[in-house]
Design a protein around this ligand. Structure first.
Ligand SMILES: [Zn+2]
Length: 540
């Protein structure tokens, strides 16, 4: 089976903030999970480089737009690589095949009769490149960019006949509601649909940064036919028909909840106009908030990625954000809360179970353990049943992109493993000379740790590999999670080694502590939001 997933392409900034990494980490966990299942997986992410702010910013930096986005894209790729984001392509909307795809999408809409010239007048927010209706404004500002001045724009534009697709989209949601998940964000989309769809502007005149509009060189393609088209470009459209047939339609577009209108209404209509199949699903995630506000540089309530890495390591950051923020809704986080989570789950429960398992195996059995199939005591079978349940809950949660629930299921098993160790007390058995039972108990603990490592692999890939190494049960897949026998098989009780030879115990997740000055972010009231208007930092 093949599986194609995408993130939104990100609004160009000098480097990614933690909330952009959050989306990429979530999508990466899903991509790795699909590879581990044995599916041929393509994972697309990238940058939306034709934003209206690039040209003025380039002037400010005394450079040209292309050099500016080249530099920024390199920073983003480096950050994504550091965070183990296993993308197959980092697409940039300045890539030549993407320019070709955008032009082709416009041409197809023109051929269908869906593009016409009209006059647009309205308030335009440079933060998200959107015209705002009066009802969307809060105190005369865009609610997402309260520090940016709106511009009243009146211009001749080309429009896309979205209104023509009203019925087709109503039909889509009647037939296939899960086209947009989760339900609470879908309900917003359905409400917009009931209000009636308005045609939207697809070109802008008087700018030079952007893709020339087919048939009218005075215009540039404006946002949607450029940005949204990246998903088909990444699948091979229009040049590589074989690749496109293999990867399209996408299985899921992972996006932020602020851009559902464009992905759940505009994009399917554009694809219908072009005569292309629709993606199977758009999944909108919520935002991490701090002190109740969306994290943004403009608001000054940002956890810098490098500070998070200093506290938790890369894998620790990946874990705590996906464990503490349900992917389908907003969640308020504090650094203290993340530190507590990291220490409780990873340093204590899980880290401790692995550490005691590997060190007792060395101490009591020279690292040589029998196959777990020899362990048939009631407590052994009970833990086996708990593992079976945790694994099936984990799969169910992963299918729904409920990463926090998947990780909670995994921690249930870690907790049960520690409970088992306490109740079986191999240290007492050893003292009493029950050599065979000690080995059985340790093999049950090792098997539990092995399963935990596979459950962790989509989330903390590097540490999962180290865990497997210590157990002497190396995982047979590559650094991107591909090439193994399939997760279903690996997650079967008893699929571990028939004769274990465990390695040397080393802490997987060293305890961390919040330095006093870092805790200030949790306590300081929000800074004056008018102070810094440099970067809106929003994902498109
Ligand atoms: Zn805005």
């Amino acid at each position: 089976m093949s599986y194609y997933l995408t993130t939104a392409i990100f609004y160009p900034t000098a480097s990614p903030a933690l909330h952009s990494l959050f989306e990429a980490i979530g999508a990466d966990a899903l991509a790795r999970y699909q590879r581990l299942l044995g599916n041929q997986t393509r994972f697309l992410t990238g940058m939306d480089e034709h934003s209206a702010q690039v040209e003025p910013l380039a002037r400010q930096h005394a450079t040209d737009p292309q050099s500016l986005v080249d530099k920024w894209a390199a920073n983003w790729r480096a950050a994504f690589d550091q965070f183990e984001i296993s993308y197959d392509r980092f697409i940039r909307t300045t890539d030549s095949d993407h320019i070709e795809a955008s032009v082709e999408m416009v041409r197809r809409a023109q051929a269908t009769g869906d593009i016409y010239k009209g006059t647009y007048a309205g308030w335009f927010c440079p933060g998200d490149n959107e015209f705002k209706t009066e009802s969307q404004l809060v105190d005369g500002h865009c609610p997402d960019h309260p520090t940016l001045e709106l511009q009243w724009l009146e211009e001749e534009n080309y429009f896309f006949r979205l209104s023509k697709y009203q019925e087709a989209l109503e039909h889509l949601y009647a037939e296939n509601p899960s086209f947009c998940e989760p339900e609470h964000f879908r309900n917003e989309v359905l409400a917009w649909l009931r209000e009636g769809l308005r045609d939207f502007s697809v070109s802008r005149a008087g700018i030079s940064w952007g893709i020339p509009f087919p048939g009218d060189p005075d215009h540039r393609i404006y946002v949607w036919f450029d940005a949204l088209t990246n998903y088909v470009t990444g699948a091979g459209f229009p040049r590589d028909q074989d690749a496109f047939a293999k990867w399209w339609p996408a299985d899921v577009h992972v996006i932020g909840k602020n851009i559902t209108r464009f992905h759940c209404l505009y994009w399917p209509a554009m694809l219908m106009s072009a005569g292309l199949p629709l993606p199977r699903q758009v999944f909108a995630h919520g935002f991490m908030t701090i002190r109740g506000e969306k994290m943004s540089k403009t608001r000054g309530n940002v956890i810098r990625p490098e500070d998070a890495v200093a506290l938790f390591g890369v894998d620790g950051v990946r874990y705590v954000v996906l464990r503490d923020i349900p992917f389908d809704r907003d969640a308020d986080i504090t650094l203290r809360g993340l530190v507590r989570r990291y220490n409780a789950d990873l340093a204590n429960d899980l880290g401790n179970l692995v550490n005691r398992t590997v060190s007792m195996s060395a101490r009591y059995a020279d690292g040589a353990l029998p196959s777990v199939s020899s362990a048939q005591a009631p407590a052994d079978l009970e833990l086996r049943a708990t593992a079976g349940q945790a694994i099936s809950d984990y799969h169910a949660a992963m299918q729904r992109l409920q990463f926090d629930e998947a990780l909670a299921s995994m921690m249930t098993l870690a907790g049960a493993g520690n409970g088992y160790a306490e109740s079986q007390a191999p240290w007492n058995l050893k003292r009493e000379g029950e050599t065979q039972r000690v080995a059985e108990v340790l093999s049950v603990m090792a098997e539990t740790c092995r399963l935990l490592g596979h459950l962790l692999a989509p989330f903390t890939p590097a540490t999962a590999a180290r865990l497997a190494q210590q157990l002497g049960a190396p995982a047979p897949y590559d650094a991107r999670g591909a090439g193994g026998p399939g997760l279903e098989q690996l997650l079967t009780w008893g699929a571990g080694p028939h004769g274990w030879q465990t390695g040397r115990a080393e802490p997987l997740f060293p305890r961390t502590e919040l330095p006093e000055e870092a805790g200030r972010l949790d306590d300081t009231p929000p800074e004056d939001p008018m102070r810094d208007t440099a970067s809106p930092g929003v994902a498109t």
